[in-house]
Write a protein that binds this ligand. Structure first.
Ligand SMILES: [Fe+2]
Length: 479
């Protein structure tokens, strides 16, 4: 079987796995032939793609990490917010995964626009359990971790759909309401004697960052439990790779780059390292292009850290890229590249009718400004300022930017002072601030935190991390 993106489906293609409707019922049996009507429905419901069976890929077998009936059951108990049932199902998930080798985390997660929260919860449960296994946790611990993962977002169901599914930037007030979901989830379980304290804590804290900048309590990494750290990383991973009503999917590589870039700030490094062992950079059944121009399909993922899969070329040659003689052949996920460009464009349209966002970048180093220009100039309108004073005089005179990126260590007026001045002058309109700096001593970090910036990035950074943070802030899909 191979993975075909929804927009590339053709009538007559044979479905390799059951297709579920938004209520979790089997809508089309596997091995059915796709009709025009079904293809339209797949696209309308928001499926990203499906597995199909054909000669080209008949030897590629992909088993979902969970059997379909358990998947449906798990989504259902989340939908009903039945905590006791969620607890039982979490145990079943652990039992079906525990001790299994070669678990394939493929792309079939039955996620549609309508069932996004339920499917996300099940995915986070499966992946958290795997990461827990990677940490060598005992079964009892895995039961609790998986249970916490399954119910972590239940509080979102108390938030209006209008805010939850808003296809655009949330206002500051809406974002505050959205952020309350962690506490709302906690409220549902806090008085229950059948839910352990570890689970309660992890549910409440699943948006806490290791540098203390998360919510609701701003807990530092040292004070966070391993459950909290796992839930946080896995939650963000799944949200980024999946399509949702308000964002398009990121490729697994982009997502991993983002998580690695956020290690020590947002995410616990040991969790990110463990997660990487379980998630395929190149999911089985996807089409790839090699640096020598040849194309093929991913057959197996047995290489080093999922980085060097086995590829079957269209002429049936098998290439094991983990073998040293193939190390210099690089891989590109064909469809993802194409798709993410297309989605980016659609997303921009969706967010602001093609509006280009304006970013004010303040840094006293010419080389830093140049670097930002190279990295962001194509996608955004940039205003470059060499000092705090220059930035402030811009703010006083011109239209306000959509985002301000500030260096901290600048002569005369430093970034923190500049941010204070700007905040005072723009009380009527909230402009997100992002610090980009080489300074990460405690005092500076605490001073910055008191200004409530949207982001704090320490040099050297990964460009993909900065770009993703900007998209997150401007797109309003803050985690
Ligand atoms: Fe959440």
């Amino acid at each position: 079987m191979r993975y075909v993106f929804a927009k590339d489906l053709q009538p007559g293609m044979i479905l390799a796995q059951e297709l579920l409707d938004s209520k979790g019922r089997v809508m089309v049996e596997k091995e059915s032939s796709l009709s025009e009507f079904i293809i339209k429905k797949i696209n309308k419901d928001g499926y990203d793609g499906v597995y199909i069976q054909d000669e080209l890929s008949s030897d590629i077998c992909i088993e979902s990490a969970l059997g379909i009936s358990l998947w449906i059951k798990a989504m259902e108990c989340v939908r009903l917010r039945n905590i006791s049932q969620c607890k039982n199902v979490a145990n079943e998930i652990v039992e079906s995964l525990y001790g299994r080798k070669d678990i394939s985390l493929d792309l079939s997660d039955f996620r549609t626009n309508e069932n996004y929260i339920f499917a996300h919860s099940v995915n986070v449960a499966v992946l958290s359990c795997l990461v827990g296994m990677g940490f060598g946790m005992e079964v009892e611990e895995l039961y609790n971790l998986t249970f916490a993962a399954l119910i972590h977002d239940l509080g979102k169901l108390d938030i209006s759909e209008e805010i939850r599914n808003k296809a655009g930037r949330l206002t500051k007030e809406e974002f505050q309401i959205m952020k309350s979901h962690a506490e709302l989830s906690y409220e549902l379980i806090k008085d229950r004697s059948d839910v352990s304290a570890h689970v309660k804590k992890a549910v409440r804290s699943h948006h806490e960052n290791v540098d203390g900048s998360g919510y609701p309590d701003g807990i530092l990494g040292d004070a966070q439990s391993i459950f909290t750290k796992i839930l946080h990383v896995v939650d963000v991973y799944d949200a980024l790779v999946s399509r949702s009503p308000y964002k398009r999917p990121y490729s697994p590589q982009e997502t991993i780059e983002y998580l690695m870039g956020g290690c020590g700030l947002l995410f616990a490094q040991e969790v990110v390292s463990t997660l990487i062992k379980f998630v395929p950079m190149y999911p089985k059944g996807t089409e790839v292009e090699l640096s020598d121009g040849r194309s093929g399909i991913i057959v197996e993922n047995t290489g080093i850290h999922n980085l060097r899969p086995v590829v079957r070329l269209y002429d049936s040659t098998i290439l094991d890229l983990a073998k040293p003689e193939h190390f210099n052949t690089t891989i590109q996920l064909k469809n993802y590249r194409r798709i993410s460009e297309k989605y980016e464009w659609e997303r921009k349209e969706m967010l602001g009718n093609g509006k280009r966002y304006r970013i004010l970048i303040v840094d006293d180093m010419r080389t830093n400004l140049q670097m930002m220009q190279d990295m962001l100039g194509e996608d955004y309108d940039l205003i470059l300022a060499k000092s705090g004073q220059q930035a402030i005089s811009y703010i006083d005179k011109k239209d306000l930017p959509d985002l301000i990126m500030l260096d901290i260590d600048m002569p005369e007026m430093d970034g923190i002072e500049t941010a204070c001045q700007i905040r005072m002058r723009t009380e009527h309109k909230y402009i997100p601030i992002m610090f980009v700096t080489s300074l990460c001593d405690k005092e500076t970090v605490m001073k910055c935190k008191s200004l409530n910036p949207e982001s704090y990035i320490v040099r050297p950074y990964k460009p993909v991390y900065v770009r993703t943070e900007i998209k997150r802030i401007l797109g309003g899909w803050g985690h």
